[in-house]
Design a protein around this ligand. Structure first.
Ligand code: AMP
Length: 216
């Protein structure tokens, strides 16, 4: 099974995809997490990606498309979080999946209004080791600055700082919102309002996907 989670930065795609991955065994494929690991490893891709990520810009399509190829036919099923983010990426994903004989089973759009997104991102912190996200408003780590899961350092992401956040919202409207129209014109998109507690959003998401989620 392949599920695409769409939504603006701060909609909770990563949080929900992690939970869904834990409950179904599907692979959580977050291009943001992969890129942050590349940045931390100071790889060639990481060094290139950092200059775009710090400003809130998108990393070029060609780099992203090459990066995800190895993951999309995972036999456990895949939850796509943060990809595709441009129509070019969506078309490329369609082509790769068609060649592999694998369909996209569900596209879910998680919507949240802009004021709430900005508020959430200003309170978001993340583990630099395992990338678990926290929110200082309602789900802070038990010990300030320390990850509950792995003991890693928990800090704000550079691209959650105000200037980068405003640019990410603009980039989302210009380049990623058309991906939603792309999927709507190709089939069904399940719409959920991603507001309320993470538990209540998870319930809406599970319903949107179908309660009997199978891994392949
Ligand atoms: P995220 O963790 O999904 O918010 O992604 C963080 C940053 O990584 C984005 O602001 C982009 O700079 C970059 N990024 C993640 N996914 C993609 C993608 N599919 N295409 C281009 N850039 C991406």
């Amino acid at each position: 099974m392949r599920i695409v989670l769409l939504g603006p930065p701060g909609a909770g795609k990563g949080t929900q995809a992690r939970r869904l991955s834990e409950s179904t065994g599907m692979k959580h494929l977050s291009t943001g997490d992969i890129l942050r690991a590349e940045v931390a490893a100071k790889s060639e891709l990481g060094l290139l990606a950092k200059s775009f990520m710090d400003k809130g810009d998108l990393v070029p399509d060609s780099n992203i498309i090459a990066m995800i190829q190895q993951y999309i036919d995972d036999p456990s099923g895949v939850l796509l979080d943060g990809f595709p983010r441009t129509v070019v990426q969506a078309e490329s994903l369609d082509k790769s999946l068609k060649e592999a004989g694998l369909p996209i089973d569900k596209v879910v759009h998680m919507s949240v209004d802009t004021d709430e997104l900005i508020r959430r991102l200003s309170q978001r912190v993340m583990c630099t080791d395992c990338q678990t996200p926290y929110n200082l408003d309602h789900s802070a780590p038990a010990k300030a600055g320390v990850c509950d899961k792995c003991g890693g350092e928990v800090i704000a992401r550079d691209d959650d700082k105000q200037e980068a956040v405003m640019n990410r919202m603009k980039v989302y409207q210009e380049l990623t919102a058309p991906v939603l129209d792309y999927y709507k014109s190709h089939g069904d998109v399940a719409e959920i309002k991603a507001i309320g507690t993470p538990d209540s959003v998870f319930e809406k998401l599970s319903q949107a996907i179908g309660t009997s989620v199978s891994a392949n």
